[in-house]
Write a protein that binds this ligand. Sequence first.
Ligand code: SUG
Length: 448
Amino acid sequence: MNAYEVNFDGLVGPTHNYGGLSFGNVASQSNSQSISSPKEAARQGLAKMKALMEMGFQQGVLAPQERPDVAALRSLGFSGSDAQVVEKAAKTAMPLLAACSSASSMWTANACTVSPGADTADGRVHFTAANLNCKFHRSIEHPTTSRILAAMFANERHFAHHAALPAVSQFGDEGAANHTRFSKHYGEPGVEFFVFGRSAFDRRFPAPQRYPARQTLEASQAIARLHGLDEAGVVYAQQNPAVIDQGVFHNDVIAVGNGEVLFHHEDAFLDSDRVIAELHDKLARRGGRLTAVRVPREAVTVDEAVRSYLFNSQLLSRADGSMLLIVPEECRNDERVWRYLSQLTADDGPIREVKVFDLKQSMQNGGGPACLRLRVALRQDELDAVNPRVLLTPSLYDELVAWVDAHYRDRLVETDLADPQLLVECRTALDELTRILKLGSVYPFQID
Ligand code: SUG
């Protein structure tokens, strides 16, 4: 049976703004309070989705969240009508309103961790929503994420959904941004690679000194258990704490893998040789042959990787077996990174082509091409069980662009978040979106 990797890209929400909310994410901090354009951001994301669809890849779309999150503000003690809640928060606690207004769910690589049916004990595709509990503005995403995923993957025979792990730092979980799956074919058993930043209980693992390590070993292990993964097909690796301290807040900022290929910086992992050897052995036992494309620091420094987001690229398998790398424009603007990429595709390796996309609106908050998508490997029968309205077609693309143009603002700054009209605009837009994508009632304003 045919099997595919389907990329579900986050549709950027109407409140996209630069709140400077993510300590440890260099772009988020350095663009704090810049003027954003929600309309442009959403259009840039949709343009990438359309381009991939036109290249013949399976492309889906994941809906944004209701923001400002009035329920979260109420849980923090703001009261009155919804407009009053927003108004009071703006007056007395602007940072809280900014956090509750973030459009951060656009980075769907952090929505959940997915294990394909070929890897799990019960043969179903398993999803665990990420608790994202390292940052308040992201920790409020998972309840709605779970409802949206359940509306997209609604067939219990094929799909199993798990609630987010306990929301404490010991189980800090950032979803697929720290999870990679290797396999010879998407429909066959593969190797799931979990990269963690620290251990909650085992002091032998060194922690970063400057910036937080968001993912714990214990969270990754819990997900492997929940998904029913066989140890023979699981590899754990510690991210190098030194690179976290240089701004690599997720593994997907320093490595990307797909099929039988791992594209990584030489400083990405602690004990790198052992990690690559274990991946190689376990994949070989699954009938695959790992190719590790290791980028030396002489060619690209960690700092250059963080600035250009070279590794936050999408590594896609083409029909002829070769691979295509989708990179952000920032890679072309960096002379050394671009030179490296030109050399990479000229060599005889697996990556044959590079395509560049303008994702500046998302990039300025530290979200590149790979952050914007959630990968789900599906066999044909599983793909047939997905809510068909969330799979991109030329007509859905047109509908979504028209929807963005009708509802999104061209420009947003922090003081606009205090405008109660913004809340009304967002709810009107999302209500219409749930009809376009046939999601049912997934937002708090539709349920409560
Ligand atoms: O969690 N930025 C996100 C970026 C997530 C990128 N995702 C992956 N690497 N997979 C984060 O740090 C910034 C929001 C702000 O500052 O307004 C933010 O949340």
